[in-house]
Each structure stands twice: as C-alpha cells, then as structure tokens.
Ligand binder design. Sequence first.
Ligand SMILES: Nc1ncnc2c1ncn2[C@@H]1O[C@H](COP(=O)(O)OP(=O)(O)O)[C@@H](O)[C@H]1O
Ligand SMILES: [Mg+2]
Length: 237
Amino acid sequence: MQDILRVRDVSKTFISGSRELTVLSEVNFTIKEGGIVAIVGPSGSGKTTLLGLCAGLDRPTTGEIFIFDQKISHLDEDEKAAVRNQYVGFIFQNFQLIPTLTALENVMVPLELQGNSKIARSRSRELLDRVGLGDRMTHYPSQLSGGEQQRVSIARAFSNTPRLLFADEPTGNLDGDTGDNIENLLFELNQEQGTTLVIVTHDLELAQQTNRIIRLKSGKIISDQLTLVHGSSSIHH
Ligand SMILES: Nc1ncnc2c1ncn2[C@@H]1O[C@H](COP(=O)(O)OP(=O)(O)O)[C@@H](O)[C@H]1O
Ligand SMILES: [Mg+2]
C-alpha cells in the first residue's frame, strides 16, 4: 500500500499580538492507504489544528505534509483546492455547512466542484438517505438539530468519494445510537471504497476499533500504537 499521508517535523505557532503560542511541535507520522487511524488527546492538545494542516486548510510553521506525492503544506491555494477535491473529505467539528443551501445542496457542493453535476443530485440523495436524513433534504442548516447538521456534514464529506477522510469528532454531537450508526457508516465506507480514515475522537471505544491510535498531548505525539484490530495501517517513523 502507498503512503497516503506523510507528516514531517511539523510545528505550528500562532502569533497573537506579541505572544507566541506553539500548538504543535515536531510532529511526525505516516499513514498507509486503507487504514483507520484515531488521533486522541485532551482538549487543546492540537488535534483540530493538526487535521487542518493535513488537509491543507492552514500552513505549518515548519515542516512538510504530503498527500501522496503532493506537498499539500506548500502548494498555492488553487493547487491545494485541486488536491482536496480529488482526494480529501473533511468532517468539521463545527460542521461548516453553508447556511443558504439546503441539506441536499450542501452535499452536492463537492460533486459540483468536481464537475460531476449530472450525478450530484442522485448521489447526494443516496448519501443523505444513508445517514438517516432522507426526509430532511430540503431543510436549511438552521432548521436542523446539531446531530442532523453533523450527519449532513458527513454525507458531504463522502460525496466526492475521497480516498482520505479527516473526521474531527464525528460522533461528538450525536446520541449513542446515532453515533453508532455514523461509526458503522465510516467503517463501511472504509471497507467498501478503501477510504483511509483519520478520526479525531474523545471516544476511547471508537478509538479502540481503529487500527492505530496516535496520542497527542500539548502539541506532541506521546504515543503511536497499533491496536488489536487487524488492518492495513502500519507505522512508519
Ligand atoms: N487560529 C488560532 N489562533 C490562536 N490560537 C489558536 C488558533 N487555533 C487554535 N489555537 C489554540 O491552539 C490550541 C489547540 O487547539 P485545537 O487544535 O483546536 O485543539 P483540540 O482540537 O485538540 O482541542 C488551543 O490552545 C487553541 O486555543
Ligand atoms: Mg478540536
């Protein structure tokens, strides 16, 4: 299996006024295509920042990040958008749905950006059905509960059939049963489409079902271990 994500000596420092805040330092890991990796750690340990850097939503202060052989950390905005469109899905911790679009239209956006307008509507309907929102397609985000918005964002993240999916606390706003359904959906898509999953989670039960757990603390990796679940993911330092 190919390396789908390589993170090399990455650090991130935010500057606010005269103060510097180092949120990530010397982070290194590599993920092979097809695996399921959990990133866990206390609130404020840098998980969301790390995911954003990996998806090219922000730039590291030092270090490099590759998606396949594309140096996502150093491409220009247009090039990054093209890589994201081709390979990446992202489930945001705060959903980031477009408020002026219905649930269905939100899910259609990545497909339309990909130039797949023809199948956009039917595929998006299918995905919304799958996350249990078949009867909410024409609702706007403000008309949906937090958990429902989260499910729309999950359907959207899958719509362009990404090879690499980043999920930031994907079950964080869901009750037990809905959370379990979403977990199953993520795992099914990994099985069916070979989608590599990188899941930030507080849920240790979910983390234990992945192939590998990376623990962050104060912006550093404090452990990186395979779980007992067999899978294609393996560690390369
Ligand atoms: N844009 C930013 N500017 C300044 N500080 C930030 C910014 N984004 C995140 N931080 C800080 O970085 C730290 C890590 O945040 P985050 O990555 O969201 O952690 P986690 O997802 O693990 O809870 C926090 O202390 C947060 O306040
Ligand atoms: Mg976070």
